[in-house]
Design a protein around this ligand. Sequence first.
Ligand code: NDP
Length: 292
Amino acid sequence: MTAQTIDGKAHADGLGARISGAIPSFREQTGRPPGLAVVLVGTDPASEVYVSSKGRMARKLGMASFEHILPEATTQQQLLDLIAQLNADDSVDGILVQLPLPAHLDSLPVIEAIDPAKDVDGLHPSSAGRLVSGLPGLVSCTPLGCLMLLRSQLGNLSGLDAVVVGRSILVGKPMAQLLLAENCTVSMAHSRTRDLPGKIRQADIVVAAAGQAEMIKGDWIKPGATVIDVGTSRIVRDGRKTLVGDVEFASACGVAGAITPVPGGVGPMTIMCLMHNTLLAACRRKALAEPR
Ligand code: NDP
């Protein structure tokens, strides 16, 4: 068996087309585009790339992008003051603080200071609580993108056995909640899990978000399972730097029914779900019909 490759870029392009198609009507009704504010503190090169690509994508789709690049020496209070200013700014519908923050800053109070109605990264405790409670809210972009890929691949997920590897607040925990809400039977695995291969072999759906390069081998996977590989690790192979996932792609392809590649799987969906969340937050703030 050769697994079908799930093309995250094509799915993201489709979602992007629906988002940009909805923006003219938002502008007509409100007199302005949806607005995304991204805050970066310091000069971490990877974070700079992420922030500029988010801004570029927002503008490409017809949104307003407000990029706040603050010096490394920014104090906790200065950052909190900026969040308060963005919360009060009606032209800003979504606020994202690029993590990790420099070591002298405490990220939790900063995230808690974001108005939950503008929490497009879905990291506010109120967003997490609403997800657990089954209330409408904003869901973290990466698990939301994974769910969209799974729904489009499998249709109804009800009754399927799912394993989520990783229990971070950003990916693993919200992913498990989303799958539970789809009526999957969900196991969460982490670094203390016993017999991880045995757990994964039971699963119709595997979402791998451990950040461990090629840890999950083909013979751990149930034949025909759908595998969503969130992990991204840079390794050197044959003398060249290569980006790989948590799943050993070549061996998994011989067993799985469908699998996301790295790169080109979950990554493009993550950024597009940020755009989706920004439009969703904008529509909710203005009491307009939500995008589908
Ligand atoms: P974290 O480091 O916060 O969490 C990793 C999780 O994996 C932890 O719960 C940890 O368990 C678990 N874990 C670590 N090692 C093992 C192991 N050997 N076996 C089982 N579980 C293990 O990472 P994130 O959730 O932030 O990210 C996970 C990966 O996804 C990273 O590679 C990251 O780069 C990638 N990522 C990709 C995105 C994309 O858009 N493509 C977006 C976000 C993340 P424990 O809790 O016990 O320590």
